[in-house]
Design a protein around this ligand. Structure first.
Ligand code: MRU
Length: 350
């Protein structure tokens, strides 16, 4: 199955111990990796979506923190962590990873670790976070593969694939596992305005994996569903609130409404690192607002009339009532979704 995911490293370590990312701003035209060593470079890569997708930014934050604070003391680590934590507000994996790193740093410092030992502890924790993400992707794929049937036409939004994680993806993981088991299906990739993660990234990685993929503009999904050409909608998540409300790429909510209207299952796939049991429901999720130029310009060329105001939230919230299943690394969940603050307690798996 490994060869079904892009063979390119998305987020990890360079041979000389820097944070290495695939620069997703350059895809699909160019496959370029970048090695990052400073807090400023890590924050910039996350803000500008050079590395993106909730799990991938968590892993990038962890490795980036370890690398950028090499040989420093706890106050420096605290400062770096605050900067990285603030780089994007919606995907909770970022805060989750930074908090894990801080926990390790504080414990090591309290035990009397000097800068060398502190850095070693941070590198080890960052590598654990990366390796856990790989394993969680695999587990989501295994759990969710049964939802993908022969001949299905699956619609997805944004990119929740290998490019969004350290492993084989979240929403695309069940597709990769199903394909490796011989299931034949095809995918519609919403182009995902304004930054085109679907057209640029999802189409790129699925095509490389040999999975038939058709790109469509976001406003074409309704027509496809009305024509009976979509059997399943599958998406990732940036944050899942305690009641199962899901923040994901802008446009996801509209797809969920459409899926409900047409009687099509709407499935969310996310690791437990995306669950935020401290946020009671979707209204409490902070939605990132991005640069108006992402909407007014396409590839540097102005397409919107001068003088018009711009609305550019990066995410929207899909209410739990529209979600048929949530696939996690621990199993496939059905409503009602209840993520308790000390989440060993999960809703009953299907
Ligand atoms: O702004 P992006 O490209 O980081 O948004 C990514 C998404 O919305 C993904 O669907 C989500 O992070 C899940 S990725 C496995």
């Amino acid at each position: 199955m490994e060869q079904l995911a892009p063979p390119t490293l998305v987020v990890g370590w360079s041979p000389d111990g820097a944070l290495r990312i695939l620069d997703q701003r350059r895809l699909p035209g160019e496959v370029v990796t970048r090695d990052l060593r400073t807090v400023e470079a890590v924050v910039d890569a996350i803000r500008t979506l050079a590395v993106r997708g909730a799990p991938a930014i968590g892993v990038a934050a962890a490795i980036g923190l370890a690398v950028a604070t090499d040989g420093r003391d706890l106050p420096d680590v605290e400062r770096a962590a605050a900067a990285v934590r603030a780089s994007r507000p919606t995907a909770v994996n970022l805060m989750w990873a930074v908090d894990r790193m801080l926990g390790v740093a504080r414990t090591a410092a309290a035990a009397g670790a000097g800068p060398g030992a502190l850095s070693a502890a941070l590198r080890a924790e960052a590598e654990r976070i990366r390796a856990e993400d790989v394993a969680m992707c695999r587990a989501m794929g295994e759990h969710g593969a049964g939802l993908i049937g022969d001949g299905m036409r699956v619609l997805t939004h944004c990119n929740a694939g290998a490019l969004a994680t350290a492993g084989i993806g979240t929403a695309l993981a069940p597709l990769y596992v199903a394909r490796s088991r011989g299931v034949r299906f095809s995918v519609y990739a919403d182009e995902t305005r304004p930054l085109l993660q679907g057209a640029r990234l999802t189409a790129w990685e699925l095509h490389r994996a040999g999975i038939p993929v058709t790109v469509c503009a976001d406003n074409m999904a309704a027509g496809l569903m009305a024509a009976g050409r979509v059997d399943l909608v599958i998406v990732g998540a940036d944050r899942i609130a305690a009641n199962g409300d899901v923040a994901n790429k802008i446009g996801t909510y509209g797809l969920a409404v459409l899926a409900k209207h047409h009687g099509i299952p709407f499935v969310v796939v996310a690791p437990m690192s995306t669950v935020d049991p401290h946020t009671p429901d979707g209204t409490a999720i902070v939605i990132e607002q991005r640069d108006p130029a992402e909407v007014t310009h396409l590839a540097g060329v102005r397409v919107a009339a001068e003088g018009a105001a711009v609305h550019n939230p990066a995410f929207d919230v899909t209410p739990h009532t529209l979600i048929t299943r949530i696939v996690t690394d621990r199993g496939v969940l059905q409503p009602p979704y209840v993520f308790a603050p000390n989440t060993a307690v999960l809703p009953p798996p299907v």
